[in-house]
Design a protein. Structure first.
Length: 131
């Protein structure tokens, strides 16, 4: 007698995410990667623009941000702000410099060193959104 297997998959196509990166080329590359994964992508070059986008688009479920950015706050402060104001939003934080204290990351935030592999970021996005 055979064993029936049931596989449940989560489709993230159309799931909205926000990419925050001040470097235009790196942001374009990250947006391209996320769109290829089927995500609906919003983009910002600084924290102030990111907050305005989050306020206008409550469908955003994940923020992928760089730490080093000009403006009123860096990406780490943005991640903490998002964590407090929109607790359900998942967070991925990236930087060319490793934070001195990983405890400085918001609870549930995932950190990646630059340069990162697209496959690793896409996998983290899928995992965080499936949780």
């Amino acid at each position: 007698m055979g064993v029936a297997r049931v596989f449940i998959t989560v489709d993230h196509s159309g799931c909205a995410i926000l990419i925050v990166e001040d470097s235009g080329l790196i942001r374009l590359d990250a947006v391209d990667m996320a769109e290829r994964e089927g995500f609906l992508v919003f983009e910002a070059s600084n924290a102030d623009d990111a907050i305005a986008i989050l306020e206008a688009h409550p469908e955003i479920r994940l923020v992928f941000t760089d730490i080093e950015m000009p403006g009123s706050m860096d990406g780490l402060k943005l991640a903490h702000y998002v964590s407090l104001r929109w607790p359900p939003i998942r967070l991925i934080i990236a930087s060319g410099k490793v934070p001195r204290d990983k405890a400085a990351l918001p609870e549930g935030g995932v950190f990646f060193s630059k340069p990162y592999r697209h496959a690793d970021i896409a996998s983290a996005m899928r995992s965080l959104l499936a949780a």
